[in-house]
Write a protein that binds this ligand. Sequence first.
Ligand SMILES: Cc1cc2nc3c(=O)[nH]c(=O)nc-3n(C[C@H](O)[C@H](O)[C@H](O)COP(=O)(O)O)c2cc1C
Length: 307
Amino acid sequence: MADMTVEFLGMRFRNPVLPAAGPNVRDGEHLLEAAEGGAGGLLSKTISVDAAPVPMPHMAAIRGGFINTELWSELPPERWLGKEYSIARSAADEAGIPLIISLGYTAQEIAQLAPKLKPWADALELSTHYLGEDPRPMIEAIDAAKSALDVPVLVKMSPLGREMKAAAQAAKEAGADGISATNSFGPAFGLNVETGYPWLGGKNSYGWLSGPALKPLSLRCVYDIAQAVDLPIIGVGGISNGKDAIEYIMAGASLVGVCTAAIMRGSGIYGIIAREMEKWLDDHGYPSVEEIRALALPEAAGEARHG
Ligand SMILES: Cc1cc2nc3c(=O)[nH]c(=O)nc-3n(C[C@H](O)[C@H](O)[C@H](O)COP(=O)(O)O)c2cc1C
């Protein structure tokens, strides 16, 4: 049986498959379900200084994926600090896996929130989804997180108008310890032909694309980032089976995140994907998941070809 454990920024994951931030990890109970469903580690829904005012309807399944206008957590931070993180921490400890806490967005908001996360967080993931194209707010957010708490800080890349290699380099220079890539893409739009109304509510009825349609776009971002910086990567976008996850690991990711497939198929999906990966590795004679990491990158591919 292939070794599925991953050492990542000083943390030990029992396999490479984590939840990505979304309704699949919207509270402590869902994080407990993710641990029971076989996730290699936990990652919680993004919180900010206030509860998010989420427009309705805010999710729609479309062919090849999903569009949503969900923002950050609809629960106020006090609720996470008072209850949800304790449930998640116990679930992580019970399973012997790490807990990464996602938060956003500006440096001021992160400076306010991050110190309060100390009792629960093994690492932080900063969402940059609403920070725009200028890298400075991201750099300031990293700085605020690094100053607030002595745990690894990952930055989650939002692909909107950003050149990934430059953004990853800016994140590294600002002191980020790792990168998650990517968030959902957009803006996107869809409508119901029977009613003539858009699927989603909110301003413009625009949404963000996730799910299988996103995979080649996000995978390209991971491939670019892995060549641009030597930071460890969580690959996210359209992963719904073991082979999808294997592609991300070969493109340079160390761990993978799953959101839409978990919304559609439930929290057992993390363990299913991990077992599919393990079977693929066994069938192909690889002794560990680490063996295939970055295999598709030009240097590694060259070494493999010639070595
Ligand atoms: C309904 C929904 C809510 C999401 N909420 C968040 C969030 O709060 N924070 C975040 O960083 N990403 C959020 N995402 C993005 C996902 O974590 C992920 O990056 C993206 O959907 C691509 O992965 P997937 O194809 O597996 O869904 C959300 C995605 C969806 C579909």
